[in-house]
Design a protein around this ligand. Structure first.
Ligand SMILES: *Cc1c(COP(=O)(O)O)cnc(C)c1O
Length: 394
């Protein structure tokens, strides 16, 4: 049983299906550009929406924290890994999300995993949007609750599933994304919150992409939808617009205490290093004190989305920094991404299982760091590709 030859066969199958994955080596990034294989490209693949990971104040805060506390936290949060920095960040995130309390995890993935598995289990129902992020899907499966899926943004089907539940289940938890990571569209949160109340279900909103971007002050999807956060479980990540690393859950105090006691991805792992915590805290401050980054982001979102539309390509979203361009086939998406790369634009092809079969796409994302020139260059590359192959016709 020491022969791994059959894995070589599996790898061949992945290649034949256009599903083989590899990590592209990034040599350097600067502003809205990225250097790959010795060549600078317009960088349309970053979730660092506001450029805060390179903001001088954020970098300085991380450096100072490293000088003071060292590079690693040294133990788990419940043992000796909790600094006053962690607690301060949790209070600030709770205030930012207008929640009672908050718990920080080492990543967003772990926040979702720990939250869902701590709150529901056998005898409970968890129901999720079909396009939910893999971390939510994994969390729902791992929870061992009955796991149901409703069609994307389909409130009718969500209600029906909850109605049928009757008294068969102890608890029901609805899980969804605020701003969907691969489609750039949003959940109808006002209606979902109503449905949750009507059927006495809990609602978990993964706002990895909305945090720092949407709503007044960048508070996220709930703020943008005008939904009171009271009683809603708000997950977010420190790793996207906040430019650091880490995830969090903000919500009612009892929920946070249960997570601290039961969420295995919080308990059995080392605390976030001080540098990440300090960077995220400073990013929150910059977000509030320097609205210019959000203004630039939104100007770029408008310019980019309208520019693509004018070319006639099929853009799947609006009003979002995530701007996917429909292709359909896996090969088509990868070929389009390759052609863009050759034209000096880095935007990944996205294939199953990240997105449903037959809906492969080129995912572009804009940030506050893009100059007008960056985006014009990228538009020219899309125009060229579009004219050449008509590959992106809607
Ligand atoms: C990125 C992402 C996560 C995971 O966050 P990390 O901090 O990168 O682990 C979770 N959910 C969604 C929707 C995401 O896009």
């Amino acid at each position: 049983m020491t022969d791994f030859g059959e894995l070589a066969g599996e790898l061949e199958t992945l290649k034949a299906q256009g599903l083989y994955r590899f990590c592209r080596r990034v040599e350097e990034t600067r502003g809205g550009r990225i250097r790959l294989e010795g060549r600078w490209h317009v960088h349309l693949a970053s979730n660092n929406y506001l450029g805060l990971s390179v903001h001088p104040r954020v970098v300085a805060a991380a450096n100072e924290a490293t000088e003071r506390f060292g590079t690693g936290a040294g133990s788990a949060r419940l043992i000796g890994g909790t600094l006053s920095l962690h607690e301060a960040l949790e209070e600030e995130l709770a205030a930012f999300k207008q929640a009672e309390a908050c718990l920080v995890f080492p990543t967003g993935y772990m926040a979702n995993l720990g939250t869902v598995t701590a709150l529901v289990g056998p005898g409970d129902l968890v129901i999720g949007d079909e396009l939910n992020h893999a971390s939510l899907v994994d969390a729902c499966r791992l929870s061992r609750a009955i796991f149901r899926i409703f069609p994307h943004r389909d409130l009718q089907r969500l209600s029906e599933a909850l109605e049928k539940r009757g008294s068969r289940y102890r608890r029901a938890l609805i899980v969804t994304e605020g701003l969907f990571s691969m489609d750039g569209d949003q959940s109808p949160l006002a209606e979902m919150a109503q449905i949750a109340r009507r059927f006495e279900a809990w609602l978990l909103v993964d706002d990895a992409h909305g945090t720092g971007v949407l709503g007044e002050g960048g508070r996220g999807s709930l703020a943008q939808s005008g939904v009171s956060p009271e009683g809603i479980l708000q997950m977010g990540t420190l790793s996207k617009a906040l430019g650091s690393l880490g995830g969090f859950l903000a919500g009612p105090r009892e929920v946070i205490e249960i997570l601290r006691n039961r969420a295995r991805s919080f308990i059995y792992t080392t605390a976030l290093p001080a540098s990440c915590v300090a960077a995220a805290r400073e990013a929150l401050r910059v977000l509030q004190e320097e609205p210019v980054w959000r203004e630039r982001l939104w100007e770029n979102i408008r310019f980019w989305t309208e520019g693509l539309r004018r070319l006639g390509v099929r853009v799947l979203s609006q009003g979002s920094p995530i701007v996917p361009v429909w292709v359909g086939s896996n090969e088509g998406a990868m070929a389009a991404a390759q052609a863009l790369l050759e034209a000096g634009v880095f935007a990944p092809g996205i294939r199953p299982p990240t997105v449903p079969t037959g809906s492969a796409r080129v995912r572009t994302s804009v940030t506050a760091m893009h100059s007008r020139e960056d985006l014009e260059l990228a538009l020219a590359a899309f125009e060229h590709l579009f004219q050449r192959g008509k590959a992106l016709v809607g």
